[in-house]
Design a protein around this ligand. Sequence first.
Ligand SMILES: Cc1cc2nc3c(=O)[nH]c(=O)nc-3n(C[C@H](O)[C@H](O)[C@H](O)COP(=O)(O)O)c2cc1C
Length: 172
Amino acid sequence: MSNQVFEAVRTVMAVREYSAKAIPAEVAHRIVEAGQLTASASNVQPWHFVLVREREGLRKLGALVRTGPYTANAGAAVIVAYEKEKGDFGISDASRAIQSMMLAAWGDGVGSNWTGFAGRLDNVRVEFGLPDAYEVLAVMPLGYPKRKVIGKKKRKPLNEVVSAERFGTPLS
Ligand SMILES: Cc1cc2nc3c(=O)[nH]c(=O)nc-3n(C[C@H](O)[C@H](O)[C@H](O)COP(=O)(O)O)c2cc1C
């Protein structure tokens, strides 16, 4: 029996090249809604998501995030921020929201990726008007993949990272 959620997890890949096809507003809104719906520690929801769709903003993001210049060519992007005072919980909650958004996007055929990391994106926070109380965790470019994405993952073998009952006992 097929499990669509597992299939999304199995096939989703980091997508860094996007076609020119526009992302409909409805699809973009559903992606940020997936972030908003995510569970967080004590249900604090210490996050803010900025959906950027205008080319000027996307170009700025491509210039500001050293490890994600391709955001300049994306169909949209989400700036993911969390309340700084929430510390590690903020990072954990916002990371989980990113995964929700990546999978929701993938369900609509939209590729995405995680770019940048907390501590290195204050330029993005300032440029996009987020208050000082926030830390930007990541910028997520979104777009229909330029070429077909083949879900061939490079991952450590299952038995290297999973044990049964006790560390070191292989899963049978
Ligand atoms: C926390 C985190 C930070 C990442 N940062 C970047 C980044 O700055 N730029 C980038 O192009 N990819 C980034 N990635 C994407 C990973 O490099 C990519 O997911 C990984 O190599 C596995 O490839 P796959 O997702 O296609 O299987 C990041 C991923 C994570 C989870």
